[in-house]
Structures are given as C-alpha cells and as structure tokens.
Design a protein around this ligand. Structure first.
Ligand code: IPE
Ligand code: IPE
Ligand code: MG
Length: 226
C-alpha cells in the first residue's frame, strides 16, 4: 500500500467567518473561497501523486441558509464553472460532480453537464465538486438503486453504486471545526483526517504541502499489523 495521497477530499469551511472578520458580507468570503478552489485544484493537477480531488462545495443541509446566501452560492457556482473551463482544459483536469444535481435549476444543471462533457477526455486530475451532496443522501440513493436491481449486495457493489467509488486517503477540514458534516461517510472509512484552523479563503498550497508531508509519515494499518 503506497503512502500517496491519491484521493484528497477537502471540507472547505470558514468562508463566512473570514469575510465577517473583515466587516464584509459572508458572500465576499464565498467569492474569495472560489479563487482558492482554483489555486488548490491547479496545484493538485501538477502533482502526479494526486489522482482525485473532491471538494465539498454545497451540502444537502446548506439549503437551510438564508435564501439570499443560497441564491448567491448558486450564481457563484455557475459563474465559476463557466469561467474556469480553460483552467480545466489547460490543466488536463476532468470535472466530475457528485451529489444530487436534480435539485438545481435547469440552467445550472446544464452548465454542470457542459463542463463535465467538455472535460471528459482529460486524463489528469479528476476534480469532483460535491454539490447538493450529503453522505447519507448518497447512501440512500444507492440503496434505492440497488433495491430496484435486486443484485446480491457486496462491498464493491455498494461502492460502485455510490456517487464516488474511490476511497478517500486524506481528508482535510479547514475552519477549525472537527466534524465531517455529512461528507464522504462511506469513502472515508480509513481516511487520514487533518483539521486546520485556517479559514478556507486563507488556505494555501504551502499548507496543503505541509499536510501532505505529515500524511506521508503516517503508518496506515487498515486494521492489520505492520
Ligand atoms: C463553507 O464556508 C462554504 C459553504 C458551506 C458553502 P461557510 O459558509 O460554512 O463559512 P463559515 O463556516 O460560516 O465561516
Ligand atoms: C460543511 O460546512 C459544508 C461545506 C463545506 C460545503 P458547514 O459550514 O455547512 O458545516 P457545519 O454546519 O458547520 O457542520
Ligand atoms: Mg461553515
């Protein structure tokens, strides 16, 4: 088992607090946060040890936020995907959303599909944005699909029916809280968990590098003995 951080997943938390600390509206933090998404994605695309980067962008619980904030996040997502297409293509990055996209407007769903299709030939990093994603919702949707198929249940079958079949190696949460908030519950069974107080708009490639460095020193036993 190699100690490469082949699949990195990040709970990008702290946008609102970062903006408010500067007397600005929470939405300013989301805007700044989206720039960090580009920086971190581009950086991971250049590291051949990283195959997949999954970023928690909007949870199934985030609909509870004020209408204006939710609307802003939807617009920001659409703007981001449209303007970042060259970043995906130049970086040979394949975009693969996870989550229940059916809740989004037709226009946003179309944009998501367009970027997914336009990047499907890319052979480098797979960047997954978790959009209207919840680990429990993902498991429920898989269970419903399997119930209909009546195929004998196995670990592999469940994995492959989920939105993401690939286990997480390294899970990072910014923003100071120590919880999963319904992210990658199945895929993180043996993930190494790293929590940092840094708020997402201030997260840098240097800090990611330091975390990867620590990750590589961890002895991963997967229940066995080394
Ligand atoms: C994470 O930042 C981004 C989303 C959940 C969309 P937050 O908006 O949760 O920022 P804080 O945690 O309130 O500071
Ligand atoms: C998790 O952050 C969701 C995303 C980063 C998209 P939240 O801010 O929604 O999580 P809680 O409410 O603090 O658990
Ligand atoms: Mg938060």
């Amino acid at each position: 088992m190699s100690n490469n951080p082949s699949h990195i997943a990040i709970i990008m938390d702290g946008n609102g607090r970062w903006a408010q600390a500067q007397g600005k509206n929470r939405t300013y933090g989301h805007e700044k946060g989206s720039e960090v998404v580009r920086t971190i994605t581009t950086y991971c695309a250049k590291n051949p040890e990283i195959d997949r980067l999954t970023l928690y962008a909007f949870s199934t619980e985030n609909w509870k936020r004020p209408k204006l904030e939710v609307e802003f996040l939807m617009k920001l997502l659409q703007k981001y995907l449209k303007q970042e297409l060259p970043t995906y293509l130049d970086g040979n990055i394949r975009f693969q959303p996870i989550g229940d996209l059916s809740a989004f407007s037709d226009s946003l769903q179309n944009t998501i599909r367009e970027v997914q299709e336009a990047t499907q030939h890319c052979t480098g990093l797979i960047q997954s944005l978790a959009l209207n994603y919840g680990g429990r919702d993902e498991i429920i949707r898989a269970a419903v699909a399997l119930q209909a198929s009546q195929t004998p249940i196995s670990l592999d079958l469940i994995s492959q029916t989920l939105d993401c079949a690939i286990d997480v190696d390294l899970l990072i949460r910014t923003g100071g809280d120590h919880r999963l908030s319904n992210f990658m519950l199945w895929q993180s069974a043996y993930a190494e968990l790293f929590f940092t107080d840094t708020l997402w708009p201030e997260f840098t490639t240097d800090e990611l590098d330091q975390i990867i460095h620590k990750f590589k020193k961890v002895e991963r036993r997967f229940g066995g003995l080394n």
